[in-house]
Design a protein around this ligand. Sequence first.
Ligand SMILES: [Zn+2]
Ligand SMILES: [Zn+2]
Length: 154
Amino acid sequence: MALASRGGSSPPPAILLKEVYMPRCSECKKFVSLDENEPEVNDVDIDEEGHITATVRIVNVCAECGEELTEAELVIESDFDLTTIEHTKECTAPEITIDEGVCERITRSEGKGRAAKKFYGAMLTCKVYCTYCEASQDVEIQDDIQASAMETLS
Ligand SMILES: [Zn+2]
Ligand SMILES: [Zn+2]
């Protein structure tokens, strides 16, 4: 009786479906994962009623070669409660403004498995302040867009 064992025939491990959006890179022609670049804050504004509008450009690049693949311009809007600014007693001419803040990329997924939708976005942390008395308050605003709704570059 031959005792030679035929090893190495165990079945391959199951392939897990990743819950990621994988576009095909126009440069290296592979289906690739994406890297998220630093968001570009183009504009941050606040009006007299406390309505904030910010414009942020986000770009996702090929993780393999760095080619820019998808982009979106997010227009983030939010209402800020101006009464949370505690002006000093001496503040006779309050004037509210907002700085450009610090911007970070954010992601989230909706749903599970094959049907999962991936969203890419940006979160801005800004300071709303009075140019007269310098009273201030931090505010966080954010928005995102579904990966498949982003504009394809190149
Ligand atoms: Zn590539
Ligand atoms: Zn003030």
